[in-house]
Design a protein around this ligand. Structure first.
Ligand code: BG6
Length: 497
């Protein structure tokens, strides 16, 4: 398929005139994602001419040094010749301030007028103090038609209690509509496409329910280990790192009811309703339906790799999980009785994120000479990454004089069809925050509903004295992850990466 007949999207307007202020600007996120995203936005003329950027961190650095680092980040992230005019346009708008944001006096030095987008990209323990500092210094006051917005990075709390505290801290100095809780999965085109696929097409929604769907699987696999992020990860674990945020975004968009409009609250009302209808887990359900594991040494893509306990900055006795698989159910009319299997892990065989909707088998087996095993049930696969697309698997007759049946695939590939759109995934989110569209950001009640759903797992794991099951790096996790489906007569679809 090619995109010859696809009309060009309507040109978007440049965002409002504004200053973007990033706290934690010497970090990885700023240089790997945020500044390259600004480069892409500038190249598409989506930033206002008066745009300016102020990076703040403790480390002393001059504007020029910061600009050099920014350029290196852009060069690494944007894999094609850079546009010199865009680089110089952006570069002259980049500024840096060395300041200690745990010191309230630092905020008095921020004399910024007009619209401001603050971005909290620091370690999470600084989110509340920075918000308080901004509030106390009057920097969140919206005067004379201007706006002040704050993007908050993840992790948004470590559990339900801490998320509630953070929400309360933020709301003590600003309104909910000024808060943009980011989940970078929502910046991925295919994730946004889930809504379009479901609600702009008439043919899928009628079968999108327990009468036709056998079960749904969601996999977010990574071949990487914890790398240099051991210090952070060991305190968090993969459940907190991936499930209440990224995986629940995929789950809620795939299973929520149709929103009455695409307004920010229209969509988020339905997502939160869905998260609240996740069947509560008790300790027995956690023992039975939730699996965890930690990677041991092994081989990934042909290379030997060390186990988790030998990674940098990891406690040698750590019981932190690097793999989690969950069987969940949704207590509502649409999904009654349908199991949802979710899994995520580090050091799995490949990087692959996909959603598989498996439909029920045909009600009557008419092809008596065909073994039942050849009659695979229809699957719809929404591939989020690395190769974005949607595929539909169905049975077809294998050419020949007798009726032999095989499984074939109808495949839509995003890049083949629409061409490659250079992006880090943050462009859309930054642009939306600058234009005041919060649809792709999490609301306080969504974050709390997600933490409430995983709280019983956190409680049960914290109490359990068990050692954590190990899996070889490069495998698909501990056997219990396979058993979760096997005992229901199902299996994980093989990811292709
Ligand atoms: C981040 C997690 O939020 O998402 C990381 O903290 C994880 O541990 C990453 O690797 C995965 O994102 P992506 O876009 O590579 O799937």
């Amino acid at each position: 398929m090619t995109g010859d007949s696809v009309p060009l999207p309507k040109a978007a307007l440049a965002a409002d005139s504004c200053t973007m202020v990033v706290f934690g600007a010497s970090g990885d996120l700023t240089h790997r994602k945020l500044i390259p995203s600004l480069y892409h936005l500038a190249a598409q003329k989506l930033l206002p001419d008066s745009f300016s950027f102020l990076g703040i961190a403790r480390r002393p650095m001059s504007d020029d040094e910061f600009r050099r680092k920014a350029l290196e980040g852009i060069e690494k992230s944007v894999g094609k010749p850079l546009q010199p005019a865009v680089i110089s346009w952006l570069s002259e708008r980049l500024h840096y301030l060395a300041a200690d944001f745990s010191d309230p006096a630092s905020f008095g030095r921020l004399n910024i007028r007009g619209n401001v987008l603050f971005y909290l990209a620091t370690a999470p323990e600084f989110f509340s103090p920075i918000a308080r500092g901004l509030g106390d210094a009057g920097l969140l006051r919206e005067e004379r038609g201007t706006w002040r917005r704050v993007i908050v990075e993840k992790p948004f709390g470590l559990d339900l209690e801490s998320a509630k505290c953070l929400n309360a801290d933020l709301r003590s100095v600003m309104g909910e509509r000024q808060i943009y809780r980011i989940d970078h999965y929502l910046g991925k085109e295919t994730v946004q496409n889930i809504l379009v696929f479901r609600f702009a097409n008439g043919m899928f929604e009628p079968i999108w329910n327990h009468r036709f769907v056998d079960h749904i699987q969601i996999t977010a696999a990574e071949e990487l280990g914890v790398g240099s992020r051991g210090g952070y990860f060991d305190k968090i674990g993969v459940l907190r790192d991936m499930v209440p945020n990224h995986l629940f975004q995929l789950l809620s968009l795939t299973t929520m009811e149709p929103p009455i409009s695409l307004s920010a609250d229209g969509v988020r009302d339905k997502q939160v309703e869905l998260l609240r209808s996740l069947a509560p887990l008790d300790a027995a359900a956690v023992g039975r339906d939730i699996v965890r594991g930690q990677y041991a040494s092994g081989t990934v893509e042909g290379d030997p790799v060390t186990g988790y306990l030998d990674e940098e900055a990891i406690d040698k006795k750590s019981r932190t999980e690097t793999f989690a698989a969950l069987k969940l159910s949704i207590d509502n009319w649409r999904w009654a009785g349908v199991p949802f299997y979710l899994r995520t892990g580090k050091r799995l065989p490949m990087r692959s994120t996909e959603i598989v909707v498996q439909f029920r088998a045909a009600p009557f087996h008419m092809f008596r000479d065909t073994p039942v095993s050849a009659m695979t049930a229809n699957q719809l696969i929404i591939r989020i990454q690395p190769r974005e697309g949607i595929a539909l698997e169905f049975c077809a007759k294998i050419p020949g004089p007798s009726v032999n049946i095989g499984s074939v695939e109808m495949n839509f590939d995003y890049h083949d069809y629409f061409g490659q759109n250079p992006s880090t995934g943050y462009e859309r989110l930054l642009y939306d925050a600058m234009t005041g569209d919060a649809t792709l950001f999490q609301r306080a009640d969504m974050v709390e509903a997600a933490w409430a759903a995983v709280a019983p797992i956190q409680d049960a794991w914290a109490k359990s004295p068990d050692t954590i099951p190990q899996y070889s790096a490069g495998s698909w996790g501990p056997d219990a992850g396979e058993d979760l489906l096997r005992r229901d007569g199902r299996r994980w679809r093989e990811c292709r990466g």
